[in-house]
Design a binder for this molecule. Structure first.
Ligand code: FPP
Length: 246
């Protein structure tokens, strides 16, 4: 049977997050420069966005650039920024046609003006779309996100807009970049690394983790479907016992 048909549409993860890793190693294996890997990584992004839309995933978050990635060689950072611009431009029509709503999380002010401008344009053009919400994590770090939230909450408390006694985990969630989105139910990391790397630390408390050795440029639609089928076999207990779930 076709792997896609094995997916139970009633048990889909509402939100899937992906750490797209291994572009550099993929390129090196082929005797090419790292940028070649990133370019092919964009193709994998297109496939995965399409696949997520096809099966009815509501939210897909992709870790495209971390705060730490700013420390990579200047040429690589510049190449990635150009890739973001061209990908966003080239895909605008497609996103609109497929009813995808684009969003971005991270310290976006650090992005070059041109990247931010192009990004904001497409975010605006797709804002009323009702299909998949595609969230790009750009210049993103979870610790910075949490620190930022703490700062805003403290400022509100100092101004008397918020009573510290009433701060709950929902207050914190609401002040994160992801405030309007549900937490991911499934987190995929490619390339055989078993780390979270400062990604969505608060939001993944109960997320199912899926690691694969596949390098990101090779990650196909079927690989996403396989991860979802694996997710559907797991028992999510949220701290309860198996018996309590019955
Ligand atoms: C990790 O591989 C990948 C990145 C840091 C960049 C991710 C970017 C893309 C997939 C392309 C553009 C994306 C969008 C959303 C248009 P790595 O370079 O860390 O690989 P390595 O671990 O093998 O060195």
């Amino acid at each position: 049977m076709d792997i896609k048909n094995q997916i139970d549409k009633n048990k889909l993860p509402v939100h899937v997050a992906v750490i797209m890793d291994g572009n550099g190693r993929w390129a090196k294996k082929k005797g090419n420069k790292r940028v070649f890997g990133h370019r092919n990584g964009v193709k994998a992004v297109k496939n995965i966005v399409e696949a997520a839309g096809e099966i009815g995933i509501k939210y897909l978050t992709l870790y495209a650039f971390s705060t730490e990635n700013w420390n990579r060689p200047k040429t690589e950072v510049e190449a990635l920024m150009s890739l973001f611009i061209s990908a966003v431009k080239n895909e605008t029509e497609n996103l609109i046609k497929n009813n995808v709503r684009l969003k971005a999380i991270g310290n976006l002010n650090l992005l070059p003006e041109k990247v931010l401008k192009n990004l904001n344009e497409i975010i605006d053009k797709t804002k009323n779309n009702t299909g998949l919400t595609l969230i790009l994590a750009l210049s993103y770090s979870a610790r910075a996100e949490i620190t930022n939230a703490v700062k805003t909450i403290a400022q509100k408390a100092a101004k008397g807009e918020l009573n510290p006694e009433n701060i709950t985990d929902k207050t914190v969630s609401k002040h994160l970049y992801t405030g309007e989105f549900p937490d991911p139910e499934l987190l995929i990391r490619t390339s055989g690394e078993y780390r979270i790397s400062n990604f969505l630390l608060w939001q993944i408390s109960y997320t199912e983790l899926y690691f694969t050795n596949i390098l990101w440029p090779d990650f196909s639609k079927n690989d996403l479907f396989e991860a979802i089928i694996d997710f559907q076999k797991r028992e999510r207990r949220f701290g309860k016992t198996s018996e309590q779930l019955k």
